[in-house]
Design a protein around this ligand. Sequence first.
Ligand SMILES: Cc1cc2nc3c(=O)[nH]c(=O)nc-3n(C[C@H](O)[C@H](O)[C@H](O)COP(=O)(O)O)c2cc1C
Length: 180
Amino acid sequence: MKNPVIELLLDRRTVRDFTTQLVDDEALKLIIECGIHAPNSRNKQNWHFSVITNPKVIEEINRLTIAGMDRLGIKHEPDYHIFYHAPVVVIMSSVIEGFSELNCGCAVENMAIAAKSLGIDSCIVGQTRFMYHQADPIDINRIVKIPEGYEHDIAICFGYRNGDNPKVKPRREGIVDYIK
Ligand SMILES: Cc1cc2nc3c(=O)[nH]c(=O)nc-3n(C[C@H](O)[C@H](O)[C@H](O)COP(=O)(O)O)c2cc1C
């Protein structure tokens, strides 16, 4: 049985090597639309999508995050880029309560699958949380337009992949029980 949705879900891989090709606005809007249609607890929709295509802002977030990682002693390659030079970054923030993290998780996965269906790859990036550990008095939430009362949750970057789709990593065994 050929089912394009199932194929996309099984074929989606985290990509960590992007070309410089930009993502057009139309495609980006569709991806975001799919994000905001994700299921969310009690349909509160108290989340926010900061859609960043400004390369200077992307570089600044990378710089702040690396500074935070260094301060926390988290090791990385000298030329490490947390978004792997992808041209689009979406930072999810939310009112931290109840299932807010799960809500944002649903949104990033919806966006990842929507992107994949348009030939655009992605990497969910949790490391952005480390940017809040850097030492300078910088209003990070203002830079990424996180609304008052909202907190950073997770990020996802998008772009066109360099090379082949990464091979699927083996999935752990013994993690499913069917109770009939
Ligand atoms: C909540 C979350 C945070 C993640 N954070 C990062 C990250 O900061 N950097 C990164 O390169 N990959 C990150 N990933 C991607 C995972 O490493 C990846 O999904 C996992 O290795 C499985 O590979 P696959 O997505 O290709 O199946 C994250 C994934 C999730 C769901």
